[in-house]
Design a protein around this ligand. Sequence first.
Ligand SMILES: C=C(O[C@H]1C=CC=C(C(=O)O)[C@@H]1O)C(=O)O
Length: 360
Amino acid sequence: MDGFLLSRADRTVQTTGTRRLYSDVTSASRALRRNEAELIAGALPFDPERPVALAQPEEIVVTDGPWKPPEDLPDLPPVRVAAQIPLPRVHVARVRSLVERLELDEFDKVVAARRVALEADDPIDPLALAARMIDRHPDAATYALDLSAAGERFWGHTLVGASPELLVSVRGDTVTCRPLAGTAARDDDPVADEWAGEQLLASAKNLAEHAFVTSWIRARLAPLCSDLDIPATPELTSTPDVWHLATPITGTLRDPHTDALTVAAALHPTPAVAGTPTEAALATIRAVEGDRRFYGGAVGWCDAGGDGDWLVAIRCAELSSDGLRAVAWAGGGIVAGSDPHAELDETTAKLRTLLGTLGL
Ligand SMILES: C=C(O[C@H]1C=CC=C(C(=O)O)[C@@H]1O)C(=O)O
């Protein structure tokens, strides 16, 4: 796939071709400020030390409403699970060890993730997968983008997902964020399902897990924004697979020239994907999991006026250049009191967003 697609309920940005690549957020933001680029789209990796995938496209199409896929997209092929990395019992053991380290005050929260390697009989077309994800997850932001700009390790690879989590949106001088943290699986039985949501909203452990994210975002946004409105308690939101705790946040840019890409970089990675304190959480994730590549990163666009949308790159998979292999990730926030088996189940529920779309 050549280009970028971000489909949200109100607006779709689709680009093709590459006019120029940027090696970091600062040079991309400078190009926007100097009007050298009309729009820059792409992704920030999970690990801020790794290369970004940001490009000025050749062609840009912005439309109202969600993406309307072309009729001639190929069917999705049969897909099977080739490996779980690590094995589920190893993930449980990792979480147990992280909880012990939390009790020793090494960090307050850390996000533990695992991945599933997939194999397909025929190539998975990234746009066909995105189209199916929009059908199944109409309230999420669906994305599909070429990661080649991040260097040789990513040549021809694409990232496809349906994220329920808005990192930041900027329109004029208005900043909006909607962090998520705290999860419960949905239930087929409507009564049990409603109960699961109510329990989540009342869960001290999940409220604490969520508060680490909102207080971190407050600290990061305060230098950039005035009139910060961050409700004291989260609200309940849902995807077809899971319930989440969400906090809608708004603010006004102190300097109206600050662009959406700069705000996204200042807010990434939040404790919803890394943990807190950030450096201790990142060091732990690097040592325990290795490189998460673009899972847990940010996907979005920013225009020369500074407006833009950046989504947290979760509920996604990275597809190989031939489309025959894919890796899907899911993680969950670990805090004092986290139950290792429940954390494994939570990642399984979150993986359903991607795996269910592929018929698994
Ligand atoms: C890290 C993920 O989810 C984040 C977003 C919502 C809820 C989360 C949680 O409850 O742990 C995570 O912070 C993921 O889906 O891989």
